[in-house]
Design a protein around this ligand. Structure first.
Ligand code: G3H
Ligand code: 13P
Ligand code: ZN
Length: 309
């Protein structure tokens, strides 16, 4: 077992027409739930850390958790920075032991995004670290990603080819209609598969990445809503669309919101039936199991990567 880059994982995923799950981690129970799932399913695994997660849990704790997870499970793991917003945070994660970083220059004009990405690629590749970049803009609101839906713009296929050639980046996140968080579509869910196919054909044997890929299953929304209607109108990406994306050159599928929903639904349900509990282990153990069940479900039904580790 070792900390690995995503290079080989993506090569196999591309050839096998499936995707590797990249799951966001913030604490020990989340790491354990995801890793236990990958171990049972013998699935390739990317654990990703956002700037917010790094701030919440601290870089050193997350590193040690992932080290422990590899030793305990015997799995190879790729440790990835999610949505690095500048050169400095990418450098800090590269120097601090990550095997993969994302430089998200999608908010910048094309030439600036290229310049920034190229700088990170140069620094990362000299140190054996791989880089993901983003071209086009997703809608939705996250800690570090605040893009009004009206400003979202889909990835231009010609620009994607030029971007990859000029930056030397290892993978590219594209915008085809997904968005971050629990509210992805106002009406019928739809992704621009014609655009995805075009980009994929123009970039043969190159791994594409899909952000904002949670499915927001109604069962979990309902459980989270047990104390009120906080998640009214929540809607995610249907699972068949994600399976389809995996066949069209998408090698990495990012999932965070579904883990949050699974964990929160479990904890809320726990307190509905056990209001007298106050030992954190009483509600964090089922929460960890809920994460594991969610990740196993993804590996089998959404990513199609069971048995590919
Ligand atoms: O796309 C962002 C991920 O869901 C991480 O979210 O920045 O709130 O940790 P965060
Ligand atoms: P979701 O909010 O759909 O889970 O997307 C997560 C993501 O893209 C992390 O980078
Ligand atoms: Zn994202």
């Amino acid at each position: 077992m070792a900390l690995v880059t995503s290079k080989e994982m993506f090569q196999k995923a591309y050839e096998g027409k499936y995707a590797v799950g990249a799951f966001n981690v913030n604490n020990m129970e989340i790491v354990q739930g995801i890793v236990d799932a990958a171990k049972v399913e013998k699935a390739p695994l990317i654990l990703q850390v956002s700037a917010g997660a790094r701030k919440y849990a601290k870089h050193i704790y997350l590193m040690k958790l992932v080290e422990a997870a590899m030793e305990d499970s015997g799995l190879d793991i790729c440790l990835h920075l999610d949505h690095g917003e500048d050169f400095e945070i990418c450098k800090s994660c590269i120097d601090g032991g990550f095997s993969s970083v994302m430089i998200d220059g999608s908010k910048f004009p094309f030439e600036e995004n290229i310049e920034l990405t190229r700088r990170v690629v140069e620094y990362a590749h000299e140190r054996g670290v791989v880089v993901e970049a983003e071209l086009g803009r997703l809608a939705g609101v996250e800690d570090a990603v605040k893009v009004a839906a009206k400003d979202a713009s889909y990835t231009d296929p010609d620009q994607a080819v030029e971007f990859v050639e000029r930056t030397g980046v290892d993978s590219l996140a594209i915008a085809i209609g997904t968005s971050h968080g629990a509210y992805k579509f106002a009406g019928e869910p739809s992704l621009d598969f014609a655009r995805l196919e075009k980009i994929s054909n123009m970039l043969p044997n190159f791994p594409l990445v899909l952000h904002g890929a949670s499915t927001v299953l109604p069962e979990f929304v309902a459980k989270c809503n047990q104390f009120g209607g906080q998640l009214k109108g929540a809607q995610g990406v249907p699972e068949d669309m994600l399976l389809q994306a995996g066949k069209l050159g998408v090698c990495k599928i990012n999932i965070d919101t579904d883990l949050r929903l699974a964990m929160t639904a479990s904890i809320r349900e726990h307190f509905m039936t056990n209001p007298e509990h106050f030992d954190p282990r009483q509600y964090l153990k089922p929460a960890r199991e809920a994460i594991q069940a969610m990740v196993q479900h993804k590996i089998k039904n959404v990513l199609n990567c069971s048995g590919r580790a």
